[in-house]
Write a protein that binds this ligand. Structure first.
Ligand SMILES: Nc1ncnc2c1ncn2[C@@H]1O[C@H](COP(=O)(O)OP(=O)(O)OP(=O)(O)O)[C@@H](O)[C@H]1O
Ligand code: SF4
Ligand SMILES: [Mg+2]
Length: 292
């Protein structure tokens, strides 16, 4: 299981001497069981990629803690633990070295560099044609590059794979092929997918359970069906077409609920405090005073 508990992430803002900072993540707790598919959904700037980097152990949180299989992650991350978590980012060309041919890029991910059969096996699984192995990344289409990135991630034999907007830059049919491939792959090996996106339909296609992020907070967590049939947070209602959004004039403090400027259901208390994530039942939580 991967767990992030009460994670916050702060970045420095401004020049070298500046003391001000920005919180990319204000309060996020998530857990991913082995074999489970999780969706992390949120608009631009919600903190999704920051969370992806923290969950894939590429960056430590500023506070809170991350656990992998109950082991607390410290500054010294052992290699075996890191190999358990694969990550695929939005821009595949950025993650492939333009000077290295595809075959060598895939070999880098192998424990046994000579195990070419394993490369062929995973190229077939990820639908990477053999002819591409002798090419440089810039000689591949975006879809081909992304399939190489997926093959490379699988070769490292991970238990968890994080997809951070991994199909967003691809056309709809390539996106559909990759999504179907992921479902097929899952039936071969018990991977856990952590699917990060701003696209509700794509996320609910693959995820069993979904976290909705807004302004650095988890504002709702539930299974994928509830998102459509029983959305609770006013933001989720808007996202699923059950409500609309508009800016509403009004004063609020810096501690206010992050959704306050757009919320039709807001009360005075919402202008002064950010609610905690409230457990509604065993499968559903929402960060909203309506459920207090
Ligand atoms: N290294 C950084 N330094 C300063 N601010 C950062 C840094 N990384 C992220 N941020 C800020 O943190 C917030 C969250 O960023 P993040 O990239 O995690 O959002 P996102 O949900 O992935 O957005 P998008 O959908 O556009 O990719 C943004 O306001 C962003 O500007
Ligand atoms: S806490 Fe208040 S402002 Fe925030 S979403 Fe709920 S009702 Fe709206
Ligand atoms: Mg992002």
């Amino acid at each position: 299981m991967i767990e992030a508990k009460s994670v916050k992430k702060r970045y420095k803002k401004g020049g070298f001497f500046s003391k001000s900072c920005v919180y990319a993540i204000k309060d996020i707790s998530v857990s991913i069981q082995r074999g489970e598919n999780i969706g992390i959904l949120g608009e631009s700037g919600a903190g999704k990629s920051t969370l992806a980097r923290i969950l894939s152990l590429l960056e430590p949180p500023s506070s809170g803690a991350v656990f992998v299989d109950s082991k607390k992650i410290t500054n010294r991350i052992d290699k075996t633990l890191r190999r358990k978590i694969g990550v695929i980012f939005q821009n595949p060309s950025g993650s492939l070295d333009p000077r290295i041919k595809i075959l060598s890029a895939l070999q880098e991910a192998l424990k046994d560099k000579k195990d070419i059969d394993k490369i062929y096996e995973y190229c077939q699984i990820a639908d990477v044609k053999k002819i591409l192995l002798d090419r440089y990344p810039n000689q591949l289409s975006g879809g081909e590059q992304q399939r190489v990135a997926i093959a490379r991630s699988l070769i490292a034999d991970p238990d968890y794979i994080i997809f951070d907007e991994a199909t967003s830059s691809l056309d709809v049919s390539t996106q559909a092929r990759i999504m179907n491939m992921l479902v097929d792959l899952k039936s071969r090996k018990n991977y856990s997918y952590i699917f990060i996106s701003h696209d509700l339909k794509l996320t609910t296609f693959i995820a069993d359970r979904i976290y909705i992020l807004y302004d650095g907070y988890v504002i709702e967590e539930t299974d994928y069906l509830n998102i459509y049939t029983k959305p609770l947070h006013p933001y989720t209602k808007m996202l699923t077409g059950n409500d609309y959004i508009e800016y509403i004039e009004g004063d609020f403090t810096k501690n206010a609920c992050p959704f306050y400027p757009f919320c039709r259901f807001r009360k005075k208390r919402c202008s002064e405090n950010t609610p905690d994530l409230i457990n509604i039942d065993s499968t559903h939580s929402a960060r909203c005073f309506l459920y207090d």
